[in-house]
Structures are given as structure tokens and as C-alpha cells.
Write a protein that binds this ligand. Structure first.
Ligand code: WQD
Length: 336
């Protein structure tokens, strides 16, 4: 059995990735310092999968801790999800974001090199594309010119990994550029549990559970069909399965590939609200507010490369995303 190190395994993406790994016969080791996650997620994962996996409370910038994990658990590959990801916070605290998000990747690469581990799936983001120059966005779209240090840290990490692979030609790395993952595992046991809701779905769910009075619709004067922002939403379980598909691809691939993970279609804020209202059978209060600085009008993926390389494409619908998100929030109104 191949053992996979998942950094940030207690997080929204990392926890769903662990489910997919265990379901597909891999061993999983989570390394997480729990700075933005709760240990309860590990109990939930064992309960819903019926399988065990290893957990290490570790800071992913700590080379000694990482080297110990890779040795103790005979790690075959790394899925690197750990990182700070709050866009507004990154603008106010750029040094915190660059230090953590870059040093963790550099530390990982150094201990992988020393231990002879040559495979990594990296959690990148569609944010690397900056403001779209064309749509749908393919992997050939220029990257950089990000509106925030979070996005720039992803561009820099992609460059670090690209240069590392050039130096170590026996390495294989996939840079997964996530569009907008939402939803939760259908069990309702794990889901997105941010301390402060920034993205639309956690905010929407807090309105639905009565913790917030109204969903602010940040801008309705964009050049889009209904004036609200358009994004490419995909189910978190589809995203997680995309990581395992990338891992299987890495069994025979050396080099570096950037790959979009998206549904390949755009959905507006109002369409998300309507889909959620249909899922719960009641209206959701909204209020139009000014645009958020740095927001783009529309962004969605050309998801053809993931299909071509991995045979991966999204399988779950917007209705699935909303129903599964609601099941998580209604069963866990205060998160973990
Ligand atoms: C989506 C749409 C908002 C909140 C972010 C990160 C990106 C990636 C995905 C990590 C926009 C509108 C939002 C609200 C709203 N994460 N909105 N009311 O900004 O596309 O991308 O998450 O990789 O890096 O930047 O996602 O969910 O914040 O916004 O109307 O209360 O919802 O204007 O049109 P975004 P989002």
C-alpha cells in the first residue's frame, strides 16, 4: 500500500482528500498544526470511512518534523494542501503569508529530496490567473498580476516547484489549480468550517442557520447575465477525487504539469442562491452591497486537460453541492 502525506489534512480540502485516498486503497498521514482546523475532523474521518490513518501535529515549515514523518511512515508521495488562504488577511499580512506558504513548500522539497521522495500534488488555485484575459481559462492563460499576496504566494510556489523539477528530472509534480470548491461529503460529517466566513458558501450557510441576518451580494453591476459575479463551482468531493487521479497519473509521469480543476461552466451568485433556496425549500434573505475590491466579474475553467491527462471530470451537480453543503451546516451549525 502506498502511503501519502497530506499536509493540511485537517482542513476543508485536506480532509476530503483523505476520504478519497482511503476509499481508493492508499494509506494516509495527515500533518497539520491545527492553526485553522479542529482535531475533531479526524474522529469524523475515521467514523465515516471506517478506516484508520496516521495523524501528526506538525508545522509543515518544520523540516525535522517532516523528515521524521517521511521516514516513519515510508511516504511515497505528498499532497501539499497546508497554507494560509484568507485573501483579505493576506493583503494586511503579506509577510505572514509569504513566510508560511513559501517556507512550507521549500521545507517539504528539501526533505523529499533528502529522502528520495519524488512525487507531489500541489494545492494551487485559479487565483494564479489574475484577471481573466479570455474565457474559459485554459492552463496556457498567463499567470501572475494577482490582486493579493495569497494568490501571488501560489504563483511563487508554482515557480519554486517548476524550478525544483528542472533540477531533479526524476520528480513528478502536478499543480492543481482549484476553481471554487463548495459543498461537503454527503455524510454531513465533514465540511467547510472557517473561523470567519469569507467565501460565499460558508457565508450563505451562516445566513441559513440564523447566525447572520442576510447574504451580502457583493456587486450586481458586473457585465454578467444577471449582474452578479460568475464563478466555476465544483463539488469538494469531485475536487478530492481529482487529487487521487493526479496521484495515479504521477505513478508514470515525471516533470511538472499545471491542471485546472473546475466544472467548466460559470454560475452566478444569484443562481447559487436560487439553487440553495430550491434545496431547502425556503427563501434566503439577500442584500446588494458594493463590489469587493479585487473581485473579477467572471471566471470559469476549461477543464479539458484534467479529462485528457487523468480521465477526471466533475460528476456532481450544483444541486448536489447545495444539498450536501446544507446537510453539513444543518447537522453542524457551529462547525466542528
Ligand atoms: C464568489 C462570488 C463574490 C461572498 C476565493 C479565493 C480563491 C479560491 C476560491 C482558494 C464572488 C460573491 C462572496 C459573499 C458574495 N480559494 N460573494 N457575497 O473570490 O471567487 O475566490 O475562493 O484558492 O483563491 O479568492 O470566491 O466565494 O469569495 O466569491 O456575493 O458574502 O461570490 O463577489 O462573485 P472567489 P468567493
Amino acid at each position: 500500500m502506498k502511503n501519502i502525506l497530506v499536509t493540511g489534512g485537517a482542513g476543508y480540502v485536506g480532509s476530503h482528500v483523505i476520504v478519497s485516498l482511503l476509499e481508493q486503497g492508499y494509506g494516509a498521514v495527515s500533518a497539520d498544526n491545527l492553526s485553522n482546523a479542529a482535531p475533531e475532523v479526524y474522529n469524523r474521518l475515521r467514523g465515516l470511512t471506517g478506516k484508520d490513518f496516521a495523524v501528526v501535529d506538525a508545522d509543515v515549515c518544520d523540516e525535522t518534523a517532516l523528515a521524521r514523518i517521511i521516514k516513519d511512515y515510508d511516504i511515497w508521495a505528498v499532497i501539499h494542501c497546508a497554507g494560509y488562504k484568507a485573501v483579505p488577511e493576506s493583503i494586511g499580512k503579506p509577510l505572514k503569508y509569504y513566510e508560511n506558504n513559501l517556507n512550507s513548500t521549500i521545507a517539504l522539497c528539501k526533505v523529499m529530496r533528502d529522502a528520495g521522495v519524488t512525487r507531489m500534488v500541489f494545492s494551487s488555485s485559479a487565483t494564479v490567473y489574475g484577471s481573466p484575459q479570455f474565457l474559459p481559462i485554459t492552463e496556457r492563460h498567463p499567470t501572475g498580476n494577482c490582486a493579493n499576496p495569497y494568490g501571488t504566494s501560489k504563483v511563487m510556489n508554482e515557480q519554486i516547484l517548476t524550478d525544483t523539477v528542472a533540477a531533479y528530472p526524476d520528480w513528478g509534480v502536478v499543480l492543481l489549480r482549484y476553481f471554487n470548491p463548495i459543498g461537503a461529503h454527503p455524510s454531513g460529517q465533514i465540511g467547510d468550517s472557517p473561523k470567519i466566513p469569507l467565501n460565499i458558501m460558508p457565508y450563505l450557510l451562516q445566513v441559513m442557520t440564523g447566525r447572520l441576518p442576510v447574504l451580502p451580494v457583493t456587486g450586481n453591476d458586473y457585465d454578467t447575465p444577471d449582474g452578479t459575479g460568475v464563478r466555476d463551482y465544483l463539488h469538494i468531493c469531485d475536487l478530492a477525487e481529482g487529487h487521487v487521479a493526479a496521484l495515479k497519473y504521477l505513478e508514470t509521469f515525471t516533470g511538472v504539469e499545471a491542471v485546472n480543476l473546475g466544472a467548466g461552466q460559470g454560475t452566478s451568485v444569484l443562481e447559487i442562491v436560487r439553487a440553495m433556496e430550491n434545496a431547502i425549500g425556503k427563501p434566503i434573505p439577500t442584500e446588494v452591497r458594493p463590489r469587493r475590491p479585487g473581485d473579477v466579474a467572471a471566471m470559469w475553467a476549461d477543464a479539458g486537460k484534467a479529462k485528457e491527462l487523468f480521465g477526471w471530470e466533475t460528476k456532481r451537480s450544483l444541486e448536489d453541492m447545495c444539498a450536501d453543503a446544507w446537510r453539513w451546516a444543518s447537522q453542524n451549525p457551529d462547525g466542528y
